[in-house]
Design a protein around this ligand. Structure first.
Ligand SMILES: Nc1nc2c(ncn2[C@@H]2O[C@H](COP(=O)(O)OP(=O)(O)OP(=O)(O)O)[C@@H](O)[C@H]2O)c(=O)[nH]1
Length: 388
């Protein structure tokens, strides 16, 4: 179980529309609240964020709600956008406030090692340092691609992960996903793409187990033979000799082999958000993934940040060099073509001599290095962010 001395773990709920993310969020939220009431010395209520701007009502109380900062309907109207464009733009607008959001999160959720002299003019702070949240729960828009594949989604996630151990809970509609092998495989491929895009530890949450339990899905993941058997059965059920089925099945066959490695990296739990079954298993998996984050993901993330910094520096140096080359281009071209004006030679020698040219070079270099956040710096920052 989580300890009050550790930083809280951020659980980001993602999943296809209708998979039950919001119901799942409601369930784990109320589970943590119940624990906090039953044993207040060891458990605390979570800190909750809603990042779905389009949701009409949320069945749980959020500490930070994107709808308080951005009016999704107004965004659609003003920018003449459809529903997906509206969600994306709302997320973009929200992510421009990421520094403020992170400041609030860190203030509320991180154990204050040094009693921070508060610069903000917040109201009197209650003496509840011991009841810092052990979990940060985040609900995301149903249009999963809008969150996962957008720049704002990666800014939000990378900022979160730089301050807190962060875990993805990929919620799956079990009855629908295990209806046949191709739906199952499509969902797994989607999960793989998210895992490799976001590069954070992931838990597969097979939801709605009150309707159909997760055992079949888990068996398909853990036992290659059983997936093949299911495939064969489907093939037999299809009309004999129907065109296309052979190709599909052999593709699914190969896919299941390829995905074996991916499955090994995942924690899998079955949950019913309706009945609350499996929620304890889910939190056990969260703790497992928290350790994995600290052990494997954090060093990897720090390495990526260092590489991005190096890349940023290289871009700046390249720009300086290019600029210096541009400035000396005329002379260089003349020299290359052998057309040096003999009358110029003396003057050139004077300019290049002494600290004239090298001093100028150095001054340009320093000026560009000092640019920090504008011009080249801003481009580099953008590249750095988008590659993290
Ligand atoms: N039987 C059953 N139904 C569930 C469970 N979890 C969610 N549902 C139902 O599934 C439907 C979708 O649930 P939501 O929580 O709205 O799903 P969502 O993923 O947040 O949907 P979007 O907001 O569209 O992204 C609702 O009718 C829920 O009542 C579950 O564990 N069991």
């Amino acid at each position: 179980m989580a300890s009050p001395t550790k930083p809280p773990v951020a659980v980001v709920c993602i999943g296809m529309a209708g998979s039950g993310k919001t119901t799942f969020m409601q369930r784990i939220n109320s589970h943590l609240h119940t624990l906090a009431v039953e044993s207040p010395t060891t458990h605390t209520p979570p800190y909750v964020l809603n990042l779905d701007p389009a949701v009409r009502s949320v069945p749980f109380e959020s500490n930070i709600d994107i709808r308080d900062s951005v009016n999704y309907k107004e965004v659609m109207k003003q920018y003449n956008l459809g529903p997906n464009g509206g969600i994306l733009t709302s997320l973009n607008l929200f992510s421009t406030k990421i520094d403020q959001i992170m400041a609030i999160l860190e203030k509320r959720c991180l154990p204050s090692a040094t009693p921070t002299p508060t610069t903000t003019s917040s109201s009197s702070q209650p003496a509840e340092t011991t009841s810092r949240p052990q979990h940060i729960l985040i609900d995301t828009p149903g249009q999963i691609e809008v969150f996962v594949w957008s720049a704002s989604g990666s800014i939000l996630l990378s900022s979160l992960a730089s301050s807190f151990p962060t875990v993805l809970a990929y919620v799956i509609d079990t009855p629908r996903t295990t209806a046949n092998t191709s739906t199952f495989m499509s969902n797994m491929l989607y999960a793989v793409s998210i895992l490799y895009k976001i590069k954070l530890p992931m838990i597969l949450v097979f939801n709605k187990t009150d309707v159909k339990d997760e055992s079949e899905a888990v068996e398909w993941m853990r036992d290659f033979e059983s997936f093949q058997a299911a495939l064969r059965k489907e093939e037999e059920d299809q009309m004999a000799g129907q065109e296309g089925s052979g190709y599909m099945n052999s593709l699914l066959n190969s896919m299941s082999l390829v995905l074996e490695e991916f499955y090994n990296h995942l924690s899998v739990v079955g949950v019913s958000s309706m009945t609350g079954n499996g929620v304890d298993d889910f939190f056990a998996a969260v703790e497992e993934k928290r350790e994995e984050f600290e052990r494997d993901y954090r060093p990897e993330m720090e390495k990526r940040v260092r590489e991005a910094e190096k890349q940023k520096q290289e871009i700046r140096d390249r720009e300086v060099q290019r600029m210096m080359k541009d400035m000396g281009a005329d002379e260089a071209e003349d020299e290359a073509s052998g057309m040096v004006d003999p009358d110029d030679e003396g003057e050139e020698a004077e300019e290049i001599d002494g600290d004239g040219d090298s001093g100028l070079n150095e001054r340009y270099r320093q000026a560009l290095r000092g640019q920090g956040n504008d011009g080249i710096g801003r481009v580099a920052d953008h590249i750095m962010r988008s590659q993290r």
